[in-house]
Design a protein around this ligand. Sequence first.
Ligand code: FNR
Length: 359
Amino acid sequence: PAVETMLGIDELEEAAKSCMTARAVDYYSAGSCDGYSVANNRDSFRKCRLVPRILRDVSSIRPQTTIFGVESPLPIYVAPASNAVLGHPDGELNITRGASATGIVQAVSAAASYSLTDILDEKDRVDEESGRKMGMVYQVYFQRDRSKTEAQVREAVEGGVQALVLTVDSNVGDNRQSTEKLKGSRGSAEPGVHMDPITTTPTFHDSRLNWADIPWLQELAGGLPIYLKGDVRRAKETGLAGCILSNHGGRQLDQARSGFESLRSIHAEDPQLLKDFEVYVDGGIRRGSDVLKALAFGARGVGLGRPFLYAQAAYGDQGVIRAVRILENEIVTGMRLLGLKSIDEITPSMVECLQEVWK
Ligand code: FNR
């Protein structure tokens, strides 16, 4: 079906799945162990209801904000996700083009299928074409061989990315049972160039990683803001620019709470912390209403992983653009129906959360 017929993020996922191999679908969709966290990422939003304000003039709406220090027309960004080529030969380059066309920020994964050089070249090309500088941030994994990480970070910084995202929840790989089952005689189902041929575990898993390693990256970043996927309070104390609350799309620690649940718990304990520090959320965001719920509890913006992987798998860069337009329409319509002129008007009292239950 034509890309214009796609009306929701789930439809793009369905379209992608019909043209992807079983291995690729598994790689994108997999969660670890029982998949509780993948499912709960979405459920945690479904359990919360919106409470609109009525009879407000919402003829003019401002959904703009700043994401990782970069101006963004919408409070969303592309979360870093590996192996985009599994879905489409242009992989991450589709996302670069789509993000540039719509003005949203692309977070490039340290385990992207295209090399950072290729992605930065595409960024330069689209920047020249559009006459604007697109928002791009680079996600770092501390590799076992630290010199590789150093080279990547230097290239990203020199290539003009506006910030770094540090992911530390993958210090070891987790048990993705569905993926193990598919491996069969074809070897690892986690394809790509990032596998250590001897141990067959990705070279970015470093179980020695700890807080004492952070200053090394801060030094290397040379003042570029660093956003940590992890602990908000400690990230602030360490002098980082902000934090992303995430459970890695349910792909690492199964039964870990969702990013949205973490946000709500921080909001309940210390709402001021969320005013003083930039906090983002990802995991299970599929509708504009999910975005607004996260913003209500103090998130600066939200990341989406699988939606953009699937969108580019189904329709290349046009799929990425379509995904952003769908979300934009839902965010703007949602704001109007909630009686919000700008995103800083949204408050926690506009969301009512029901009792948590495990399914
Ligand atoms: C990811 N994610 C991820 N995160 C990261 O920091 N580096 C990475 O290389 C990857 N790779 C990756 C691959 C795939 C296939 C998925 C689905 C996810 C996690 C990602 O940044 C984000 O946290 C989740 O994708 C958010 O959940 P949703 O939007 O996929 O539900």
